[in-house]
Design a protein around this ligand. Structure first.
Ligand code: PRP
Ligand code: URA
Length: 215
């Protein structure tokens, strides 16, 4: 598996607070409640960067002192697309940033032996092709799940897709870039590699199990 990716297509969120929170998340000693809170908080930080170029328009505002012209979001519609299950952990943080966003769900699980993704659920807003889609999933390992999610959205006619993960493997970054020449990727960490079970090293283990306490 090639792990050569183009860094210019990847935004690494290396803010000190992000690195601090990620260090706590990675620890095997961090329990479910704190892990879940940290996923939500990191989604907020990452969403802040991923929405940095959202278009603005002028709006007249009367302050208690005078009239002025301010800037507000110019109404581009947004959809947050969590990849089930672990992506659900990032939704609340994203909705705090963009409360008017719609949420579409894509269900994928990795076969534990082949590591291939299997799609089991898809429900997205009817006007999805008009929306900026922020695909959220804490982990980008082989890239299989994200690639399938992005392909699904392209088939629905979505133009602007941004993939937000918390931890990425170089192999996954390369695979997503190769599969889709337009998608922009945001991550809080780029780790060393995948192990023989296609888990990210050092990673943080199974994100879904840690968010939902299923192991
Ligand atoms: C995890 C993770 C990603 C996927 C990443 O989900 O949340 O969706 O694996 O691996 P990949 O890049 O190799 O596809 P998992 O399949 O474990 O399902 P879960 O969220 O239901 O636990
Ligand atoms: N899925 C996870 O949750 N963690 C990994 O390291 C790889 C895939």
């Amino acid at each position: 598996m090639s792990c050569v990716y183009d860094p210019s297509r990847v935004t690494l969120i290396d803010h000190p607070l992000v690195q601090h929170k990620l260090a706590i998340m990675r620890s095997v000693d961090t329990g479910t409640k704190q892990f879940r809170e940290l996923v939500r908080e990191l989604a907020l930080f990452e969403g802040y960067e991923a929405t940095r170029d959202f278009p603005l328009e002028d709006v007249a505002v009367t302050t208690p002192i005078s009239e002025t012209v301010c800037r507000r979001l110019s109404g581009r519609k947004v959809a947050i697309i969590p990849i089930l299950r672990a992506g659900l952990g990032m939704v609340d943080g994203m909705l705090e940033l963009v409360p008017s966003a719609r949420v579409g769900h894509l269900g994928m699980y990795r076969d534990e032996v082949t590591h291939e993704p299997h799609e089991y659920y898809a429900k997205v807003p009817a006007d999805i092709e008009q929306r900026i889609c922020l695909v959220v999933d804490p982990m980008l390992a082989t890239g299989g799940s994200s690639i399938d999610a992005i392909k699904y959205l392209r088939r629905q006619g979505v133009q602007d897709i941004r993939l937000l993960v918390l931890v990425a493997a170089p192999e996954g970054l390369a695979a997503v870039e190769q599969s889709d020449p337009q998608v922009r990727i945001f991550t809080c960490a780029i780790d060393e590699r995948l192990n023989e079970d296609a888990y990210i090293v050092p990673g943080l283990g199974d994100a879904g199990d840690r968010i939902f306490g299923t192991k």
